[in-house]
Design a protein around this ligand. Structure first.
Ligand code: ADP
Ligand code: ADP
Length: 226
């Protein structure tokens, strides 16, 4: 686990749009930080710069005590969960969970243990032999989260992971996410445009507007002093 620090981070896209403007933000070790704000405020861009999926125009992003500006995504020791699940359709749930570890040459016994733990935490045990086509949207999103968990990364980055789910599922997934965070305590950066999601999930919430940090505080204090 690690702290994530953004210092004076700018993102100017090639068309000239300044998507992120002088962002200073410290995400503490083990903290669940939500980035919230209206569509186009720069949430995804900020997250993608932490992930290494987008070049940083100015400033620095650090994970732990390492500046990662020039590090490839695979060298940042982070795991991402997106709204589209990106599961391998021809593999079972179990194979989907194990695949990344297999590629990395993780010993078989350890893969087995990590996959079993993730499946237990996410309630996926009954579905391990199914293929994604035979899962509900919520189950697929759990598999996507399972794939992130088995990597045992320093941090989770999630971009609107619940936005393809119906309202009822979103509520139950919020509860699952809270439980997971309590158990694993992994530094998490979570992007959403949904204020309720932000308030129920975040240890702290960072409100962005037009690429700038507007407020960062606990949900309680944001609620008391909007
Ligand atoms: P959010 O996640 O809050 O909806 P984004 O980070 O996606 O916001 O976008 C912030 C701004 O950057 C918007 O004005 C958007 O149109 C612009 N933008 C996002 N991606 C690109 C891109 N690849 N090229 C040019 N402009 C982009
Ligand atoms: P997965 O780990 O999702 O089964 P791979 O091991 O084939 O998939 O991933 C190839 C590369 O893509 C990894 O080295 C990593 O850099 C990146 N990658 C894959 N999944 C994630 C993820 N959940 N979070 C961040 N990076 C990922």
């Amino acid at each position: 686990m690690a702290q994530i620090t953004l210092q004076g981070v700018d993102k100017v896209y090639s068309g000239g749009v300044k998507a992120v403007d002088g962002l200073d933000l410290e995400i503490r070790d083990g903290e669940f930080m939500v980035l919230v704000g209206p569509s186009g405020c720069g949430k995804s861009t900020a997250l993608r710069m932490i992930a290494g999926l987008e070049d940083i125009s100015d400033g620095t992003v650090s994970i732990g005590d390492r500046v990662v500006n020039d590090l490839a995504p695979k060298d940042r020791d982070i795991a991402m969960v997106f709204q589209n699940y990106a599961l391998y359709p021809h593999m079972t749930v179990e194979q989907n969970l194990a695949f990344g570890l297999k590629l990395r040459g993780t010993p078989k016994s350890e893969i087995k243990e990590r996959v079993a733990n993730a499946a237990a935490m996410l309630g996926l045990e009954p579905f391990l032999q199914r293929r994604p086509a035979h899962l509900s949207g919520g189950q697929r999103q759990r598999v996507a989260m399972g794939r992130a968990i088995v990597r045992e990364p320093q941090a989770f980055l999630m971009d609107e992971p619940l936005s393809n789910l119906d309202a009822k599922l979103r509520v139950s997934m919020r509860a699952s996410l809270n439980q997971l965070h309590e158990r694993l305590g992994i530094t998490t950066v979570y992007v959403t445009h949904d204020q309720i999601e932000a308030m129920t999930l975040g240890d702290r919430v960072c409100v962005l507007r037009e690429g700038r940090l507007q407020q960062v505080d606990t949900p309680q204090r944001l609620f008391d002093h909007p």
